[in-house]
Ligand binder design. Sequence first.
Ligand SMILES: [Zn+2]
Length: 133
Amino acid sequence: MVTDTLSRRFAEQFRETCARIGRNVRRGTGAIARTRELREQSKQNRDIRLRLLIAVKLRTGRLPDASAAELYGAPGIGGLCDACRRPLAQTQLVMSIPWPRRKSFAHLHADCFIIWNAVRPKQSKPANGHTAS
Ligand SMILES: [Zn+2]
């Protein structure tokens, strides 16, 4: 009799514990999904801000608007990205774009370069006189 009561109590506690674990797992899964969603939104917002910043810099001559037939990419060696003004770390790929007007190169993070290349006017002649897209 006592054993039956204890068994029923344990069985009930076991079911309650399983239900609680299930609820917590579902809550955790939902939180992970929301975190991923927020992270993706944050990346999209950052890309939009960067796109606008690069467009303004192109319009005001603070970035070159022409690409070259050959581009150079290498790990960062310090300094700041000409697009986003964040540091160019050794662990990041940095693209060097000829900047004839300044007789120099613009240095961009690879991600900034991709956006720059998408935003820049495509009719511009490349720095070396060859056609590039
Ligand atoms: Zn950058």
